[in-house]
Design a protein around this ligand. Sequence first.
Ligand SMILES: [Zn+2]
Length: 77
Amino acid sequence: MSQCNSSLIDEGNKCPKCGSSVYRFEVPPHGMLEGCPNPECTWQRWQAMDEAGQKDYIEVRIADTGQGIPKRICQIV
Ligand SMILES: [Zn+2]
């Protein structure tokens, strides 16, 4: 059986808000994105945003190459 040992969690890096291990990955060409996986914590740090200064909003786009969400569980409210 094959196993994936890759993890985005950086054990050596703790969330300054709640102390959980943070996730950390590179977003080329914008630099490192770090955040807390704790659903009750919203801590996040994006190197490029920090260097550019305070902004009013951030846009996040998520895409995949899967077969989509079945119509029966997809609802527009
Ligand atoms: Zn946290």
